[in-house]
Design a protein around this ligand. Structure first.
Ligand code: CUA
Length: 310
């Protein structure tokens, strides 16, 4: 099970933030130890005892005052410098054109690759070892993109694109999560970043560019017909199906190739696909996918069809 542990950085960007966090924590811990030790020592060593006269009163000590001004000043300068360096490493200026555009929707993520024109949802494939310039947008309310092992956290703001870089050192699955409360299913706006070796990523990209698989069974044909004639095409696009080009909801051209459904709520199996079509409002209450009260046969056909869209 992939984790989303921010203390296990897997990219130069995340490592910059991790290093800053660790170094600052060490500095603060040392200061805490020195100050509390000095206070504790003084409390016991210099406490007033019965019969003792008042201590001699002195005013100012140049050496001590210079020390407690200069040392904290140097510490602040040191923290300032390492913070600047971490900001430069974790958050360089955006590239002239983004490699990826990630748009928050209630309650899923639209993922566009402007150079190749691939569009997908929730599952973000990236090649390992390459920093990708990512533009973050929102279609409705504030969302926040955060994949802790790979990069910093950043808000998706309607009408005001933001920018981050995204990179992974090693192939693998990395979990992220919407981190800004955006409505009932905020907690189920998960992100899956799949980092592939560059050659494998290229294969994935080529596969995504192909139009959808044509139905190869009568159930799948009936499923495709249902997709076109029910209200599905009012929201979902399938490249290769006439009239299905609206992207209000996730693009389904290759929905069968994705690992999960409904932004990470359930694994993408034919049985779960059927369950999702049967009662989306039970699986993800508040999601914009309505319950179409399909018959059992319609559910079978539609689930069969969608599951073949690899
Ligand atoms: Cu989207 Cu929280």
């Amino acid at each position: 099970m992939p984790s989303s542990n921010a203390l296990d950085p897997q990219s130069p960007l995340a490592r910059a933030l991790y290093d800053l966090g660790i170094t600052s924590t060490v500095v603060f811990t040392l200061i805490f130890i020195i100050v509390t030790s000095a206070i504790t020592f003084s409390i016991f060593r210099y406490r007033s005892r019965a019969g003792e006269p008042d201590p001699t009163q002195i005013m100012g000590n140049r050496k001590v005052e210079m020390a407690w001004t200069i040392i904290p000043f140097l510490i602040v300068i040191f923290l300032f410098v390492i913070t600047l360096s971490a900001m430069n490493r974790a958050d360089p200026p955006p590239a002239p054109s983004p490699d990826l555009v990630i748009t928050g929707h209630q309650f899923w993520w639209q993922v566009d690759y402007p150079a190749s024109h691939v569009t997908t949802a929730n599952e973000i494939h990236i090649p390992t070892g390459k920093a990708l310039s990512v533009r973050l947008e929102s279609q409705d309310v504030l969302h926040e993109f955060w994949v802790p092992k790979l990069t910093r956290k950043m808000s998706n703001v309607p009408g005001q694109p933001n920018h981050i870089w995204l990179q992974a050192d090693k192939p693998g699955d990395y979990i992220g999560q919407c981190s800004e409360f955006c409505g009932t299913q905020h907690a189920w706006m998960r992100i899956l970043v799949v980092a592939d070796e560059p050659a494998q990523f290229e294969q994935w990209q080529q596969a995504q560019l192909k139009p959808a698989q044509s139905p190869t069974s009568s159930a799948a044909s009936k499923g495709q017909e249902l997709f076109r004639t029910m209200s599905c095409i009012n929201c979902h696009a399938i490249n290769g199906v006439a009239g299905a080009n609206l992207r209000v909801a996730p693009d389904l051209t290759h929905v069968g190739s994705r690992k999960q459904l409904a932004s990470g709520m359930i694994d993408n199996t034919p049985a779960n696909m059927r369950l999702w079509l049967k009662s989306p409002q039970h699986i993800k209450p508040g999601a914009l996918m309505p319950d179409f009260t399909l018959t059992d046969e319609q559910l079978d056909d539609l689930a069969t069809y969608l599951s073949t869209l690899k």
